[in-house]
Design a protein around this ligand. Structure first.
Ligand SMILES: Cc1cc2nc3c(=O)[nH]c(=O)nc-3n(C[C@H](O)[C@H](O)[C@H](O)COP(=O)(O)OP(=O)(O)OC[C@H]3O[C@@H](n4cnc5c(N)ncnc54)[C@H](O)[C@@H]3O)c2cc1C
Length: 312
């Protein structure tokens, strides 16, 4: 946890441009409610403050973009870098059959506003608890829809502070992963949508919400699906077949409602959760000879992160 950086007041120049903290507990910012302190933490008030922060940040400090922390696992020892919380960059605007949303706009809010405007294509976002920036980085999806289906273009800020636009056709987006330029942060995204009746759009969103609440353990801290589904199968089925449904290590438990969810029963550490992840991977390998890959982004010490690439 010793970053060798001469950080002489680099953050103080920005103190009036957003919320600044040092040693900020990341358990406050992740839906699993675990994770030690971030060395530096900043929530820029607007995009100028964001760009100023990126330019001020010394080149050897790793930057980690943060949305709602709904797909992040941070070690108990914390994150020895600069977390930038983009949640205040949350403007949403509409054009003819398109919506442009800032990286910090909640996907559920975007979905609701699209319904009000009679535009279909974002309904699935109503049930994903992340922001647009996190949704782009993860290529989030459910109910047979994903972010890449309706994405038109994104705007990103590079590690040197320059802003560029990238068309969907020039982005490599696969199942639960988008290749962004190294060290970049998504600033906004534009989606192309189709006209439809607001009532029918709302009805589809209601149905998705109710399917989700009847099958997933939403009352306890979690990060959604922990593992990617392997081709032609489901991680939940494989974990259950390996006999681990309900299995517990410390305060972390494989949900007995949905075996691809790990819940924090109240006093879990990140180490408990990682031990459970490794245990599930070993059991599924032994039982079905399949290697489960994590969907949750494991940030920091337990995975080597290249300087300047905060995407885990
Ligand atoms: C109850 C529950 C249900 C869920 N259901 C689903 C589901 O159905 N489908 C699904 O796909 N996911 C699901 N998830 C996981 C999660 O909500 C999504 O992956 C979501 O897209 C993450 O968004 P976030 O803003 O929380 O990202 P974070 O968790 O904050 O970040 C995730 C990754 O994206 C990077 N990132 C975040 N913002 C930016 C940015 N602006 N620029 C560049 N990189 C960025 C982070 O550095 C990190 O590597 C679920 C999670 C929960 C808790």
């Amino acid at each position: 946890m010793n970053t060798v950086v001469n950080h002489t007041n680099w953050m103080q120049a920005l103190h009036d441009q957003g919320v600044w903290r040092e040693h900020e507990p990341m358990a406050r910012h992740t839906t699993l409610a675990v994770g030690g302190p971030a060395r530096w933490f900043f929530r820029p008030a607007d995009r100028n403050a964001l760009i100023a922060a990126i330019k001020a940040c010394p080149a050897d400090v790793v930057i980690l973009p943060l949305g709602r922390g709904s797909n992040m696992l941070i070690p108990d020892t914390g994150f020895d870098g600069f977390v930038i919380d983009l949640s205040d960059l949350d403007e949403i605007s509409f054009g003819h059959c398109n919506v442009r949303a800032g990286s910090g706009a909640r996907m559920s809010r975007v979905a609701r506003q699209c319904a009000e405007h009679g535009l279909t294509g974002c309904e699935f976002m109503a049930t994903v608890p992340g922001d647009i920036g996190g949704g782009i980085a993860m290529n989030a999806g459910c109910f047979s829809q994903q972010v890449s289906d309706s994405l038109h273009r994104i705007e990103v800020v590079l590690r040197d502070g320059n802003i560029i636009e990238i068309e969907h056709a020039d982005l490599k987006m696969v199942y639960r992963h988008t290749e962004l330029p190294t060290g970049s942060l998504v600033l906004s995204a534009t989606f192309t949508l189709q006209p439809d009746s607001p009532e029918q759009i709302r009805e589809r969103m209601r149905s998705m919400r109710s399917r989700r609440s009847s099958t997933q353990p939403l009352a306890q801290p979690n990060c959604g699906s922990v593992f990617k589904n392997p081709d032609g199968d489901h991680a939940a089925r494989l974990i259950e077949a390996a006999g681990l449904k309900g299995f517990r290590i410390g305060g972390a438990q494989i949900s007995d409602q949905h075996a691809n969810f790990i819940i924090n029963t109240g006093e879990a550490s990140s180490a408990d959760i990682v031990a459970l992840i490794r245990r599930a991977q070993a059991a599924v390998k032994q039982h079905s000879n399949i290697e489960l890959e994590t969907e949750v982004r494991m940030i920091g010490e337990w995975e080597y992160i290249l300087t300047g690439d905060g995407n885990g």
